[in-house]
Design a protein around this ligand. Structure first.
Ligand code: Y12
Ligand code: CO
Length: 175
């Protein structure tokens, strides 16, 4: 599968993803292709809408203390349902679909998530720390929400200006 990351302001990122009903080889191939694109771009999370597929699919690989992302850390989350959101935390987030921009975002500190794996088996986890933040960020993607939507309006305006400038410079450089 040839994959390219969809970048803001592409409207595709606003689509609402739909439930996965078949846990077949198409799904397995998609998941297998998402992992290298996430790892090779230094990502820790990727939702399938970010590669143009509006399905409730996301992957996460939270780095170890030494910054490595071994395959054992890979979480493949299909049809997630969030519950038990508690507390508050702030983290400087970035997104592969919004390159070169990082900002402090408020999230719940802990969450529970029920989900299915690539074979349709049901699981649930309780998450805190970076995993909790990453799950919330990626589930937002499934609902067409980006982390920049959570910025205060003055900060959002500043972002739009800076981002347009970055895109212009990138185009100029032929990237
Ligand atoms: C905390 C923070 C972010 C998340 C959501 C997942 N976000 C990412 O994985 C972001 C990755 C990212 C990687 C970049 O590096 C490259 O593209 C090589 C990057 O740099 C540039 O765009 C230049 C930006 C973001 C969850 C929890
Ligand atoms: Co993102």
């Amino acid at each position: 599968m040839k994959l390219k990351i969809v970048e803001y302001p592409d409207k595709k990122l606003r689509e609402k993803s739909t439930k996965v009903k078949e846990f077949n080889s198409w799904l397995h191939k998609l998941l297998d292709s998402m992992n290298p694109i996430m790892i090779n771009t230094n990502g820790i999370g990727l939702a399938s809408i970010q590669i143009g597929i509006a399905k409730n699919i996301l992957i996460l690989n939270i780095p170890n203390e030494d910054g490595e992302q071994p395959d054992e850390n890979l979480l493949e989350i299909i049809n997630p349902v969030l519950s038990n959101q508690k507390g508050e935390t702030t983290y400087q987030e970035g997104c592969l679909s919004v390159p070169s921009f990082y900002e402090d975002i408020n999230r719940f500190e802990t969450v529970s998530v029920a989900y299915q794996d690539r074979d349709g088996n049901h699981h649930s986890i309780e998450a805190d720390g970076l995993l909790s933040i990453a799950i919330q960020h990626e589930i937002d993607h499934l609902n067409g929400i980006l982390f920049i939507d959570k910025l205060a309006s003055s900060r959002r305006r500043k972002f739009e200006k800076e981002y347009k400038k970055m895109l212009k410079e990138r185009k100029h450089k032929g990237k």
